[in-house]
Every structure is written in C-alpha cells, then in structure tokens.
Design a protein around this ligand. Structure first.
Ligand code: ZN
Length: 148
C-alpha cells in the first residue's frame, strides 16, 4: 500500500502515540466493534454532557490503519456536539467511499484527511471506518437512552 509519505507519517504518529487511548472508568455508553476481515477491535467509551461529547476514550488492537483512525476520530469528536461529530463522520464516510477521487476537507476532518489514500484499497476501508462506526453506534445508543 503506497500512501503519500507526509500522510504516512501522520498515520504512523497516531499509531505510535494514540490520542485518548485507555478506557475511562466512567462512561455514558460503551461499545465494542470488530472488523473480522482484518482482526481489528475497538472498545469505545463516551461521556456526554447534554449533546456534547465531553469525553471519549478507547482501547483497541489491530492494524496501524484501524488504530490510527480511532485515534484521529477520538481527537476529532472530543468536545464537539453530536451534530458536529456526525458531520465529520459523514465527510469521512464519503472520503472512504471515494476510491481516491476526493482529498477530503481538513477543516472538517483534520488529520482524517491523512487516511484519504486508504479509500483506494477497498480491503482497508473497513479498518479505517471501524472507530468511526463505533462512535456512530455509541452516539445513537446514548441518544436512545436519553429518550427513554
Ligand atoms: Zn485493519
């Protein structure tokens, strides 16, 4: 897999020094997602205050793409409203399904644009999406809980 070398560095840096890794004791909701095709796993804890993602922590194992992407995602959604986080999530999903045709908006996706090249490798897209799908699941579960 060949990625732009600058982007490769961003990914490796997140992989080696993941942000928000290490699960919090407290949580509003916890989810565990796996990507069986690669063996990636992630557990995600979210704490909401109203509609804001007050804290996000995670733990996981797997390939560099999945773990770096979880780190990037966690830093991106931290402190944001669920609505803002979902906008980033939509933008990232669009980027991952673009097969390399778009670069992504770094104003929305921040370091997430570093994963743009992954969209050219369908087998790895699931790795990159794992953490983001876990976030979506957790946020929806939290919203459901609140409505009960
Ligand atoms: Zn993977």
């Amino acid at each position: 897999m060949e990625l732009d070398s600058l982007y490769q560095e961003v990914i490796l840096d997140h992989y080696k020094h993941p942000l928000h890794k290490g699960l919090s004791d407290e949580k509003s909701v916890q989810v565990h997602h796996v990507n069986p095709s690669c063996g990636d796993e992630i557990t995600l804890n979210l704490i909401f205050e109203g509609d804001v993602v007050q804290d996000v922590t995670w733990d996981g194992v797997g390939c560099s793409i999945s773990q770096a992407s979880a780190s990037i995602m966690s830093d991106l959604v931290h402190g944001k409203s669920v609505e803002q986080a979902f906008l980033a999530l939509d933008a990232f999903s669009e980027l991952m399904s673009s097969k390399g045709s778009i670069k992504g908006d770094d104003a929305i996706l921040e370091d997430g644009v570093a994963l743009a090249g992954v969209s050219k490798f369908p087998a790895r897209v699931k790795c990159a999406l794992l953490g983001w799908m876990a976030f979506k699941d957790a946020a929806l579960q939290a919203r459901e809980k609140e409505q009960k």
